[in-house]
Write a protein that binds this ligand. Sequence first.
Ligand code: MN
Length: 132
Amino acid sequence: MVGEIILIVEDNPINLKLAKVLLSAEGYEVHVAINAAEALQVLTSCHPALILMDLQLPGKNGLDLTRELKSDPNCKDIVIVARTAYAMKGDEAKAKAAGCDGYMTKPISVATFPGQIADYIKKKTQGHTTVG
Ligand code: MN
């Protein structure tokens, strides 16, 4: 929905820029962070509908950050969609175990990405926070 807040956590500048451009064009209010510390800082001043979470981050990784957010009563309702550059066997299972609501591999598809994000947010607003 136009105006919904999305936080992109991504340390790769090219991936970050592409996701930001695509989601901004859809009318979302897009915030960005390049590591877990920045993400936590952003979350003190806004409450996103969805976080696009790179799993491979310098410092605290995306799985640890997801576990932290999902155990925080103020943040556990935020939909977290994991992104990973490597379709490693077991990555998706690890992401789900950490509390991620969804999983995407990079690179993103320009054609389908905005629709996928919209679906995750729609499912959340309908009360289904788990996306298969
Ligand atoms: Mn990364």
